[in-house]
Design a protein around this ligand. Structure first.
Ligand code: PXG
Length: 456
């Protein structure tokens, strides 16, 4: 037996003794025990007891091409043999890094032609956060430093990422947010729309951006950042009126627009990038996750000609970067991942075939007694749990309610995620119609348990 096999017989105890997990209460986790995931293929994962699950969450919003792609493993192996590492700092590059930048740019709109590589979405947040300030300073606007973000947004866990995010409970740990960031409301109609129609509410919250710019002074604001659809915040799909108004305001007030594409990028919404789905072109766009389908860690920032030109002509050296920026093995894996997305036409599949199928299957959950709304775009969906849908009311303990339904789904073999009282799906883009049906059926069963056990 190899060391791994010996260890795995006792892995739970070893994990409890040595491994600190992200976003986890270690006391609770150690008491309950960790689920050990041992292998995966296509849409499925298996744990150490041999139980199989349909992964309707693509790992953590990222395994877009599904598990078990030999060609990605081979691309990484080949690259590792040829050149396992070299940097991109001192006038050098590697073939995969350069070719990946070109490949990504071939799928963006006309102006997003440049890529700055990172290892993660969080590092991408830190990268553009510095870049927008450097950009305005180079143009002589020294005071244009503030960034406006949204409540309940998620932009990562680094100091800048967590500060840009709008999760209060994250801010409470580590004295965040850092200075220079302001948050406005999110377009979450179900919970915060009051008596307004979704269209009216979309305009109202978009105009909060204008009000915030007025309050801070246009001369002090560098950028606005938002996810096309807020992911970790609960798949908050904005009303149709929202994005056009945001784009109008950013243009009118001359502030940079940053579209966080870490979840929405690489086909999730049935377009290469989320902003394309909503018909706009941002100035900067952080990417990660689906860029490599999670096979290896890699992220980056898409940079428009407008910003890249100022960085090149006015800034000179940008003192920013990571040892592994454009890592050749990760870049080779990402190139193969994108080749698969292209060859199998997964973006078109989400837009024209499985996305519409998912939409109607998912929407059928709206007739359930405890469902307030069932929304989706492409292969990204949310079901809002509500004890009284007419009043759009909320359960008293939203986290407990979401966890209850999530645990039911997992017990019945389908991985879904709960964010408070919203159930979220974000499956690999290869999901079949039968697997969509299975996901919806298992979720419906979980909703039945909620209805039968909880009144409020
Ligand atoms: N931006 C967005 C929109 C994200 O969703 C990041 C940035 C940060 O990426 P990295 O690669 O640094 O994790 C993310 C990541 C959840 C969950 O619970 C979501 C993310 C990460 C961890 C957990 O839904 N999104």
């Amino acid at each position: 037996m190899n060391t791994l096999a010996v260890a795995s017989s006792n892995l739970g105890a070893i994990d409890a003794a040595h491994h600190l997990h992200p976003f986890s209460n270690m006391k609770k986790l150690n008491a309950e025990g960790t689920k050990i995931i041992e292998r995966a293929e296509g849409m499925h994962i298996w744990d150490s007891t041999g139980k199989q699950y349909l992964d309707a969450f693509a790992g953590l919003w990222c395994v877009n091409v599904g598990y078990g792609r030999q060609s990605i493993a081979e691309a990484a192996y080949k690259q590792m043999q040829e050149l396992p590492y070299y940097n991109t700092f001192f006038g050098t590059t590697t073939p995969p890094a350069t070719l990946l930048a070109q490949k990504i740019a071939s799928h963006t709109g006309p102006t997003l032609n440049h890529v700055f590589f990172t290892n993660s979405g969080s590092e991408a947040s830190d990268t553009w956060f510095r870049m927008v300030r450097v950009y305005w300073k180079a143009l002589g606007h020294e005071t244009k430093t503030m960034v406006i973000a949204r409540k309940n947004a998620y932009h990562g866990s680094t100091v800048a990422g967590a500060s840009l995010g709008g999760m209060k409970w994250m801010h409470e740990q580590g004295n965040l947010p850092i200075e220079g960031i302001a948050h406005i409301n999110q377009p979450y109609w179900f919970a915060e729309g009051g008596d307004l129609s979704p269209a009216e509410f979309g305009l109202k919250v978009a105009r909060e951006l204008e009000e915030k710019i007025d309050e801070l002074g246009e001369e002090n604001v560098a950028a606005f950042v938002a996810e096309p659809i807020q992911g970790a915040g609960g798949v908050i799909v904005p009303p149709d009126t929202y994005w056009p108004e945001i784009v109008r305001i950013c243009k009118a007030r001359n502030i940079l627009l940053v579209s966080d594409e870490v979840i929405c990028g690489f086909g999730r919404l049935g377009s290469w990038f989320g902003h394309q789905h909503y018909g706009f072109e941002p100035d900067l766009a952080p990417i990660a996750k689906g860029l490599s389908s999670g096979y290896l860690p890699i992220g980056g920032v898409l940079v428009s000609d407008r910003v890249a030109e100022v960085m090149r002509e006015e800034v000179g050296d940008f003192y920013h970067g990571y040892t592994y920026s454009g890592h050749p093995v990760c870049a080779a894996a990402a190139l193969e991942n994108i080749r698969i997305i292209e060859e199998e036409k997964l973006v078109e599949r989400v837009r024209d075939d499985i996305g519409p199928y998912f939409k109607s299957a998912w929407a059928s959950l709206a007739d359930h007694d405890v469902v307030g709304e069932a929304v989706s775009v492409g292969l990204m969906g949310a079901v809002q749990l509500s004890p009284d849908k007419e009043k759009r009311s909320r359960y008293a303990k939203p986290d407990d309610i979401g966890t209850l339904v999530r645990n039911q789904c997992v017990a019945n073999g389908v991985i879904l995620r709960a964010t408070g009282d919203r159930m979220l799906a974000s499956p690999p883009l290869i999901i079949s119609r039968a697997e969509v049906d299975q996901t919806v059926e298992v979720l419906r069963k979980g909703l039945d348990v909620l209805r039968d056990t909880h009144r409020d």
